[in-house]
Design a protein around this ligand. Structure first.
Ligand SMILES: *Cc1c(COP(=O)(O)O)cnc(C)c1O
Length: 360
């Protein structure tokens, strides 16, 4: 089996070895030290500002998004959501459910986010901006400088879902004044799903987390912050995945962050070059290195997906929504190489040929 999917990803052998081991008991000094060690590396690769604190949730990424909305926002806010796809839309749904007032920028599937989209929201009292920096459903990597500038001139908190961008594209909380970063284990870290992390700036903790009286037991950030001072979580964490995370972060540290990101960049660029020989197109807006959307001119995406899966044991990401018949997404993270790209392009070419012949 070969995964060209964005999460779960094709995991490295070293990670699968950790996954195969006995899961240790966790209310110990030893496990606390593993968590504190992971946190040091995780924040280092995020360029987290001084005083930033992390929250380790045993939950999928959406739960971390929801927990941030509950702990960091409230009914007196006026937030701006970049609603540019499935994940942006999830922030809209969360604001609705938790009664957080919002404005939104809605983007079409092929529309690039620009300064023009943000201008109408200047000087109207936006208190926080919510964005999925790589909107994984379209592959668009938004211009973080543009969004950071908006937050600075409007004195808004900057909340970033970097689930499919952290450890894939370069990411820097300090440089861009980011107040909350949301990540999840199965994407950039390339380990099993089940763990999500929220890293918060000191000001967001002091202003909001400490004062928002939330009516929720499991997602109360104050409890997590208190416990993590000693490297623990209030409830049983996904201990096995925490062990995988520690291994993954050390592998990246040994390789060096720049080298690690540079490799993913090279694999993504190579794929985008090679895919030109197929009868498909890719979006014109800036893309994250996480995935390349491959757009067919005929509604054959589902058939190509099935052939890749059934005949070659290769998995790519289908795309939900209206564009489902036309778009597949190919991930470039995890244990995938330039040679794998050649193999995939070859199989895609055969699959497209087969489907097209059947159509004729
Ligand atoms: C994968 C992903 C999520 C989280 O999805 P879950 O299925 O809840 O883990 C959230 N935001 C983005 C941008 C993602 O890519």
């Amino acid at each position: 089996m070969k995964l060209f999917t964005v999460g779960p990803t094709q995991m490295k052998k070293e990670i699968m070895e950790v996954g195969g081991q006995l899961v240790p008991y966790f209310r110990t000094k030893e496990f606390s030290n593993v968590m504190l060690d992971s946190d040091r590396l995780l924040q280092k690769f995020m360029h987290a500002p001084k005083g930033a604190k992390s929250i380790y949730l045993t939950a999928s990424g959406t739960a971390a998004m929801e927990a941030v909305v509950m702990n960091c926002l409230n009914s007196r806010d006026k937030v701006l959501v970049i609603d540019g796809g499935t994940f942006g839309h999830r922030f809209v749904q969360l604001c609705d459910i938790h009664e957080v007032p919002y404005e939104r920028v809605t983007l079409a599937a092929d529309e690039k986010l620009t300064e023009e989209h943000l201008k109408p929201f200047d000087n109207i009292g936006i208190t926080a901006l919510l964005v999925n920096i790589d909107e994984t459903s379209t592959g668009q990597l938004y211009d973080i400088q543009l969004l950071s500038d908006f937050c600075k001139r409007n004195s808004s908190y900057f909340v970033v879902d970097a689930i499919s961008s952290y450890l894939i594209d370069s990411y820097d909380m300090e440089k861009y004044g980011i107040d909350a970063t949301i990540i999840s284990s199965q994407k950039g870290l390339c380990i099993a799903p089940g763990l999500s992390v929220v890293v918060l700036s000191e000001r967001l903790i002091k202003d909001r987390v400490e004062n928002n009286q939330i009516r929720n037991l499991y997602f109360d950030f104050n409890d997590y912050l208190r416990n993590f001072q000693r490297g623990q979580t209030p409830f049983t964490p996904c201990v096995g995945i925490c062990m995988e995370m520690n291994k993954a972060l050390h592998l990246i540290d040994e390789q060096g962050e720049d080298d690690f990101l540079g490799y993913i960049d090279a694999v993504a660029k190579d794929f985008r070059e090679k895919v030109k020989k197929l009868p498909v197109s890719i979006p014109a807006f800036p893309l994250s290195n996480a995935v390349t959307p491959v757009i067919f001119d005929k509604p054959i995406a589902k058939k190509v997906f099935e052939i890749l899966k059934d005949e070659y044991d290769i998995y790519v990401n289908p795309t939900g929504g209206e564009r489902e018949p036309y778009v597949l997404r190919v991930a470039h993270i995890g244990d995938t190489t330039i040679e794998d790209n050649s193999m995939l392009i070859d199989c895609m070419e055969k699959a497209i040929k087969k489907v097209t012949e059947e159509l004729e």
